[in-house]
Write a protein that binds this ligand. Structure first.
Ligand SMILES: [Zn+2]
Length: 101
């Protein structure tokens, strides 16, 4: 657990919680840069693409440290917001998905 909260601090202070905001549709994509790579998540659905979530989330209130870090970053107003136009949405998703594979 200690290691977990150290991770959270490092992510949040390093501006690792990112909100990719697409205009004018207002679509939102959240990613968190963790200790190894970037993960896509949906804090409103409580979903994360990482292995930790996949294997351990059920025992952990359904939250991995990425989801926790989004929650804290939102509370502390430390979310890195990056704006895009909707025309970039498809290539963004394609790049994200290929990163995750
Ligand atoms: Zn995760």
């Amino acid at each position: 657990m200690k290691k977990d909260s150290a991770n959270l601090d490092a992510i949040i202070s390093g501006r690792g919680v990112k909100l990719h905001y697409f205009e004018p549709s207002n679509r939102k994509i959240w990613t968190v840069v963790g200790k190894d790579n970037e993960h896509w998540l949906d804090p409103d659905l409580g979903f994360c693409s990482c292995e930790d979530y996949y294997f351990n989330a059920m025992e952990n209130n359904g939250e991995c440290y990425h989801l926790k870090s989004v929650k804290i970053a939102r509370q502390e107003n430390k979310v890195e917001v990056i704006k895009f136009s909707d025309s970039e949405f498809e290539s963004f998703i394609t790049a994200l998905v290929s990163d995750l594979m």
